[in-house]
Design a protein around this ligand. Structure first.
Ligand SMILES: C/C=C/C(=O)SCCNC(=O)CCNC(=O)[C@H](O)C(C)(C)COP(=O)(O)OP(=O)(O)OC[C@H]1O[C@@H](n2cnc3c(N)ncnc32)[C@H](O)[C@@H]1OP(=O)(O)O
Length: 137
């Protein structure tokens, strides 16, 4: 498998993206894996009465898409997550395609630490915004 980018190879402004269409199966599997059976995610009758008028995906499922983009694309395989800030700005619904983009904002070559902006979009809507720190040993 590719080792992704070393800190010396990365550049501020460099970005990478991945997309995933969220299915009902994704939400049920995520609930089972984590034990998070919040009715907002799994109970359509409950969710229909909510402010979102239907089920929404777990926020941490979108967080997983950010982790996947960091791990698989930039900085790539072997990266170590140091921290992640996030704000959930709009809901993700079943059938939405979430496009996750990570963009390098700072590189510390001595410490091998890279900072990135992280954003998840559904169409033109930012659903998750934030930033993270990664080590690339
Ligand atoms: C246990 C796990 C559950 C889940 O995983 S649920 C799934 C993940 N979450 C979501 O999908 C929620 C997505 N977010 C949204 O849809 C929207 O976002 C809201 C509908 C919740 C609110 O949007 P809007 O109606 O446009 O209101 P506003 O002006 O953005 O915020 C209203 C008030 O809420 C405060 N607020 C918003 N985001 C945050 C935040 N991240 N941290 C702290 N406060 C926040 C603001 O300040 C403001 O309050 P002030 O009117 O007094 O200024």
């Amino acid at each position: 498998m590719s080792e992704g980018f070393s800190v010396e190879e990365m550049k501020v402004g460099q970005s990478a993206s991945m997309s995933k269409t969220v299915t009902e199966a994704d939400i049920i599997l995520f609930a089972g894996i984590t034990g998070d059976f919040n009715p907002a995610h799994i109970d359509e009758e409950y969710a229909k009465q909510s402010m979102f008028k239907g089920r929404i995906a777990h926020g941490m499922l979108s967080a997983g898409f950010i982790s996947a983009t960091l791990a698989m694309k930039l900085p790539g395989p072997g990266s170590i997550y140091l921290g992640q800030n996030m704000k959930f700005k709009a809901p993700v619904k079943i059938g939405d395609t979430v496009k996750t983009t990570v963009t390098i904002t700072d590189i510390n070559i001595d410490k091998k630490i890279v900072k990135l902006d992280t954003v998840c979009m559904v169409g033109e809507t930012k659903v998750v915004i934030g930033d993270c720190a990664m080590m690339k040993p």
